[in-house]
Unconditional design. Structure first.
Length: 278
């Protein structure tokens, strides 16, 4: 059976209305069975991304200063999701536990929790299974900090054939410590999951209609690519184009899995198809 891995970025998950769009997109295609989520992004220009809030909490903790106000902002974002979707979760218990853990945690652990909580919420919203291995992900790193595909595949085995939600952005080191990818790393999570799940398609959902030759927000004459090769999109990304994290390409290229970059806010647009020979 065809399997589509879908990754949704922070803007797609910034508020309840956006999350409803995501839910409808997922349920519109039964092949969309593996969902990778980022932490919620900004709801408006003056807002703060969840991951940036977590950095603020960490910085205050390291300085020995009170971080309660920032933590309440973090918690409220998820309480609002719980309320909007009338979820019956153990969210308060998890947030209380996280609050108690903050003083002793490192930055990678702190930064990973936005994705953890979003995946927890999204699984409840969709009626999918939440992938949680001791509060980590299926993604495993080796001692050198590189993705260990063999171990990641082993971790994924119990979830084959299931409809699941996976937290993006992080994985686990051999000693059990959480390690995050660089910012934007949920793209990499999605690509690794597509690889180990032998997916037929990797959909990367964002807030633009596809890959352009230049920034469409700055240049009205920007041209959208209907199709583009792995090499072309990787080159654009490494030059600074805000399309895909360049490190994700290797994982889909290995198994010739096409990527479809699509817009959560314009899902009928075909987007840009990224494959080996375009």
């Amino acid at each position: 059976m065809a399997v589509t891995v879908c990754k949704f970025g922070g803007t797609s998950l910034a508020n309840a209305d956006n999350i409803k769009r995501v839910r409808d997109i997922i349920h519109s295609d039964p092949h969309r069975s593996i969902i990778v989520v980022s932490a919620p992004g900004k709801r408006n220009k003056s807002d703060v991304k969840i991951t940036d809030l977590l950095f603020q909490i960490y910085d205050l903790k390291e300085k020995g200063e009170n971080f309660d106000a920032e933590f309440l902002k973090f918690a409220k974002r998820f309480y609002d999701i719980e309320k909007n979707f009338k979820l019956q979760t153990n969210l308060k218990e998890l947030l209380d536990e996280f609050y108690a853990e903050v003083p002793g945690q490192n930055l990678d652990y702190m930064a990973s929790t936005g994705e953890f909580f979003m995946a927890k919420m999204m699984a409840e919203i969709l009626g999918f299974e939440f992938v949680n291995i001791d509060k980590t992900s299926v993604i495993a790193f080796d001692k050198g900090g590189k993705v260990d595909l063999a171990m990641s595949c082993k971790n994924f085995t119990p979830f084959k054939g299931k409809k699941i939600v996976v937290p993006g952005f992080y994985g686990i080191m051999p000693d059990g410590a959480i390690k995050t990818f660089p910012r934007g790393g949920s793209d990499i999570t999605g690509a690794v999951i597509a690889n180990i799940a032998n997916a037929t398609l990797y959909e990367n959902w964002t807030d633009v209609d596809g890959v352009y030759d230049k920034d469409p927000n700055k240049y009205p004459d920007a041209k959208k690519f209907d199709r583009i090769s792995y090499d072309q999109v990787e080159a654009l990304a490494r030059k600074g184009a805000n399309v895909l994290h360049p490190d994700c390409i290797a994982y889909v290229r290995e198994k010739s899995i096409p990527i479809n970059l699509k817009n959560t806010f314009n899902p009928s647009n075909p987007g840009t198809l990224i494959h080996i020979d375009y």
